[in-house]
Design a protein around this ligand. Structure first.
Ligand code: ZN
Length: 271
């Protein structure tokens, strides 16, 4: 988690350009919190639940308030997950985190199925990157954080200004969904120990819950304009019928494959 937050902080510095820029603008924060309450009560609930409000505000930048709020919600979800030892859900519930004694193969083993130059692969699957490369529990933590992140951005979309331009709000969730899909396929094909652990009722229930939440959020974001920069490849991965057999078995239904007609391409940022 600590490592994951370090990577996120580094990514945030890349977003705003410099620490001086971070210090320069906090004037939007009181209004932004009121807007979050008004437009995205589910995002506001994350702010209300964390003990350390400074953690949230540290990520609430003012250059693009929608991006700032979505990022602050994302990073606060990580903090809450660590505090609760469970994944906080958008609907206010929680999903259990698999216990430490269960073995899952390291997610970095699936990096070979994706482009090595992809910024999300480098941030979440490359050896030495965020903890998600080592531990499936943290890959699910990122899936959940990006679900909250995009859900908040969708709810806050009316606050966007023309100057905000094209922002990759969909990119992160689409990428994490493609990673989880590939991970479960790989487990089913060649990692019997992990596959057996994924079948455990409590683990299966968590994967089902987090996956269904992600599906619903991504589907809600398909038609929001200027919300994708580099989501074409992960959405194409999700749409490929040769992927997803593992999830289908785990879910007891075919995984949904949202946004097939709306993805765009370009550069992107992670958090
Ligand atoms: Zn994250």
């Amino acid at each position: 988690m600590r490592k994951a937050l370090g990577a996120a902080a580094a990514a945030l510095l890349a977003i705003v350009g410099s620490s001086a820029a971070m210090a320069a603008r906090t004037d939007c924060q009181p209004q932004a919190l009121r807007d979050l309450q008004r437009l995205s009560p589910q995002g506001r609930a994350i702010y209300d639940q964390i003990g350390d409000k400074r953690h949230f505000l540290r990520f609430l930048t003012c250059e693009d308030v929608v991006l700032g709020l979505a990022t602050a919600v994302h990073e606060s979800v990580h903090l809450l997950t660590s505090e609760k030892n469970a994944y906080p859900l958008i609907n206010g519930g929680i999903a259990a985190r698999a216990t430490e004694d269960l073995r899952f193969f390291p997610p970095r083993a699936i990096a070979r199925h994706f482009s090595a130059g992809d910024v999300y692969v480098q941030s979440y699957l490359k050896r030495g990157s965020a903890t998600s490369n080592e531990d499936f529990r943290f890959l699910l933590d990122e899936l959940n954080a990006y679900s909250h992140d995009l859900n908040s951005a969708v709810k806050l979309a009316s606050l966007r200004k023309p100057a905000d331009g094209e922002v990759g709000h969909r990119d992160g969730l689409a990428s994490l969904m493609s990673f989880v899909m590939s991970y479960v396929d790989t487990a089913r094909q060649s990692e019997p120990g992990t596959w057996a652990n994924l079948q455990r009722p409590e683990v299966k229930e968590t994967v089902r819950t987090l996956w269904a939440q992600a599906e619903a959020v991504l589907a809600s974001a398909c038609s929001v304009p200027h919300f994708g920069q580099d989501d074409r490849r992960p959405i194409a991965f999700l749409a490929d019928a040769s992927n997803g057999a593992g999830l289908a078995e785990l879910l007891g239904r075919a995984p949904l494959r949202p946004c097939q007609a709306t993805a765009s391409s370009g550069s992107s940022l992670t958090r």
